[in-house]
Design a protein around this ligand. Structure first.
Ligand code: ZN
Length: 439
């Protein structure tokens, strides 16, 4: 999932470490704005464009553009509902094996991992996510009309999976041996309730402090690089009381009414536009019958921000709105002895964080974007990269080429553009730059 929005200079400054901000101010005083990146000494890894193996791999990716799209379509027709990605994982694993990855495996929570490289340099992980937002009963067949393919998950993230598969196949075919170690991954649990459990396991348990760079390929699109993580807090908030007959027990504080009061207050909350901060009551449920004062009303609430401080603040405001809603409902019925209790169950917590545009991984990715003839930009989103970013591991999310829309809906589509092969090429150049190439 990655509804992203473009970078603004102020937002970059907001997430830049204090030292960088001071450096920016000092340097800005001495140089003109265009001199900033080099003046800061920010250098990414060089893009090995002249390496013969890289050139062979680039050419193979262009020649196999149609093959990449076939991979995307066929893997997408294997269902992968939240917490039930096994079938798609097995198929992804089978394909990696067929490319010659003898040591490809599925880990204990369902991530598929293949390894390549001499092991004499940086460790780079590149991943697409296996899971979708769609429940088991969803029809996952795709329909193709010309260059347009429609189907649930076709862009998010079957495009990313196809890019990782293409990279895996072409590295072997072109005999491109990374100098360091490259892990090619299809991971579970990126979407909503999955709460990044796949990447969380990889970073915390499977490879603790062993990954130098993490790249997520998520969805279709061009040169936008997600370098900052939009954090989120998501809760199910329950309002509970004794409940009773709507006529016989009338005059009792009503959990449903308390929740309604709370929602009305939440709807009026004021939040900053920069850093972008949002809130949403997405689902409400509860009730027994039309003539029952319900004992239970629940709402699922989502709040997000690019800034950890703003996220903390909107969390506090929502809790205050809930408390005020309950207090008002109790005050409305002063003679009622019925209490209303509130309970918070966490659906997901995604950490906020960011890297300045002059961070080496961002510089490397931007140089790779330029090398394939696209225009780089940076932005913030909520993706698998959130987790490593929050741990201080350099991480970005890139697009897979082509064009897409309608993510998370059954009308989702992907359009193959003439230069869609540049998606896999971008992944290749970034990986080759960061891990190095054996000459
Ligand atoms: Zn996604």
């Amino acid at each position: 999932m990655r509804p992203s929005f473009p970078a603004r200079a102020a937002a970059v400054r907001a997430v830049a470490p204090r030292a960088v901000r001071i450096a920016l101010a000092t340097v800005a005083a001495a140089f003109c704005a265009t001199a900033l990146p080099s003046a800061l000494g920010a250098q990414g890894s060089p893009i090995p464009l002249t390496d013969p193996a890289v050139q062979r791999a680039m050419a193979a990716m262009q020649a196999q553009q149609a093959w990449t799209l076939e991979q995307q379509i066929s893997i997408c027709e294997v269902p992968a509902p939240p917490f039930a990605e096994e079938r798609r994982a097995a198929e992804f694993h089978r394909r990696l094996k067929s490319f010659g990855y003898a040591d490809a495996w599925i880990d204990s929570i369902g991530n598929v991992i293949a390894r390549i490289g001499r092991g004499d340099g940086p460790v780079v992980m590149i991943a697409g996510h296996l899971d979708t937002v769609f429940p088991e009963e969803t029809d996952v067949r795709t329909t193709r009309t010309g260059n347009r393919v429609a189907g649930p998950g076709i862009g998010d993230d079957c495009r990313g999976l196809a890019v990782v598969l293409t990279l895996a196949k072409v590295l072997k075919e072109a005999k491109l041996e990374p100098r360091g170690t490259v892990y090619l991954v299809g991971n579970v649990g990126e979407e909503g309730p999955g709460n990044l459990r796949g990447v969380r396991y990889l970073m915390n348990t499977k490879f603790p402090r062993k990954i130098d760079y993490f790249i997520s390929v998520d969805g279709a699109g061009g040169g936008n690089i997600t370098s900052r993580a939009v954090g989120s807090h998501r809760y199910t908030i329950s309002f509970e009381g004794p409940g009773g007959h709507s006529y016989g027990a009338f005059g009792m504080a009503n959990p449903m009414h308390a929740m309604g009061r709370a929602i009305a207050k939440i709807a009026e909350l004021q939040v900053p536009t920069n850093p972008k901060t949002t809130f949403n009551v997405g689902i409400v449920r509860g009730g027994t019958s039309v003539n029952t004062i319900t004992p239970l009303a629940q709402m699922d609430v989502d709040m997000r921000s690019e800034s950890a401080a703003s996220l903390k603040e909107i969390d506090r405001m929502i809790r205050a709105a809930v408390d005020a809603g309950v207090a008002e409902e109790k005050a409305r019925w002063p003679n009622s002895r019925a209490g209303i209790t509130v309970k918070y169950d966490t659906i997901g917590i995604r950490p906020t964080g960011g890297q300045a545009d002059d961070a080496p991984i961002v510089q490397t990715a931007m140089a790779a974007v330029r090398a394939i003839g696209w225009t780089p930009s940076t932005g913030a989103s909520s993706t698998d990269a959130n987790l490593p970013i929050s741990m201080g591991i350099p991480a970005i999310t890139i697009n897979g080429g082509g064009r897409g829309g309608g993510a998370h809906g059954t009308e989702e589509y992907y359009e193959e553009t003439p230069d869609a092969y540049k998606g896999p090429q971008l992944a290749l150049l970034i990986v080759a730059a960061l891990a190095g190439v054996v000459r």
